[in-house]
Design a protein around this ligand. Sequence first.
Ligand SMILES: [Zn+2]
Length: 288
Amino acid sequence: MFRIKLFVIGFLCFPLLAQASSVTLQVLGSGGPNDISGRASSGYLVWIDGKSKIMIDAGSGTALRFGEAGARMSDLEFIGISHLHTDHSIDVFSLIKRGYFSERGKPLTIAGPSGNDDYVAFSAFVENFLKSYSYLNHYDLEIKTIDASLPGKGLLVWSEGEIKVYSFAVEHANAPTLAYRVVTPKGDIVFTSDNNASAAGMNAFIKDANILVMHFPINEQDEESGQPFWHANPSKIGQVALKAQPKLLVLSHFMDLSLDNKSDSLNKVQASYEGPIIFAHDLMKIPL
Ligand SMILES: [Zn+2]
């Protein structure tokens, strides 16, 4: 479905921009909100033709990693935030400040989920922050709030030529949360973010990716209280990956719970999914 849309829209509207001779995923942060192994929290860059064009999540520590990766704000076109927990979102403000020190010819698009009774909408999240820091108000931003209500639907949230980013609402307890699919002529990268893997339609959204990034914060023994759950355990991740059939599964967003029982947790994933798996670490680069 995504490839068909990609071809038709790209061909009709952006024939001169239809280039992506190289695409690389770089992990900026492979950790979670607790302090383990010196990892930054959730964040990923998609390099396209040597430019740091797309960023998914901007958790704490990722602004530092952004600089260490050699990424440039002037090349960045889109930041997609999965949800408003600080380990996915808070460094977006550090990046906005960093952007002041570089020129850009058009707005930086930043996007995130709609709100509910417990969480403000992404636009309010950003605007409330900017009200408190008026000196940041003049940066050229396009702020997009994306429908994160369930059941999710695939939404086109950003495009440039044949490069497209789609979102899909997933279930992360009471936190409105978005998965993202980055579609390029070289292949697709899917970021499922934090979720319990039970959202209707998620399997179709994530299917057949070249790289599927799934978050791995808990081990099999963790008992989450209440419903719905926050996270999928390793067995569930394996079952989802089995159906999704990515060319490569990248496990990321480690917390002490998942690292303490790493080999046991990996066995639980591999009980269902037998394809290639990589454990993410900060600044790791994976070309498509
Ligand atoms: Zn998280």
